[in-house]
Design a protein around this ligand. Structure first.
Ligand SMILES: [Cu+2]
Length: 123
């Protein structure tokens, strides 16, 4: 091997090393940080014993929310500002509504039992 060829071979080897190091560097999966944000899907409000559960629910704008009435009497999920209203959901019944498109906290009540209240947060 002539010195020139040797140098060429060496630099080729170096190049390969460098490329190898590069391509195998930080291409790992972007560590999915178990975001403790709002549940993206399957949002649900359960009504039981004249109470909304959870009392505070956070959803995305426009998200669909299922309301499950586990009581034997009818209830409603009605925003104070009327931005959503399931109307009466019969005992054992299910309804759904769409969260407002605007971020904010929306207190709501059951219009039949107005001491029942809770809040929906859109963010
Ligand atoms: Cu009620």
């Amino acid at each position: 091997m002539t010195p020139v060829r040797l140098r060429a071979a060496l630099s080729a080897a170096l190049l390969a090393l460098t490329l190898g190091a590069c391509s195998s560097s930080p291409s790992g999966s972007p560590a999915s940080t178990g975001s403790s944000g709002p549940t993206p899907s399957g949002a649900r409000i359960t009504i039981k014993d004249f109470r909304f559960q959870p009392a505070e629910l956070t959803v995305h704008p426009g998200q669909s929310i299922t309301v499950v009435n586990e009581d034997s009497t009818a209830h409603t999920v009605t925003a104070d500002d009327k931005s959503f209203d399931t109307k009466a959901v019969g005992g054992g019944g299910t309804a759904s509504f769409t969260a407002p498109g605007k971020a904010g906290t929306y207190p709501y009540i059951c219009t039949i039992h107005q001491y029942m209240h809770a809040a929906l947060t859109v963010s």
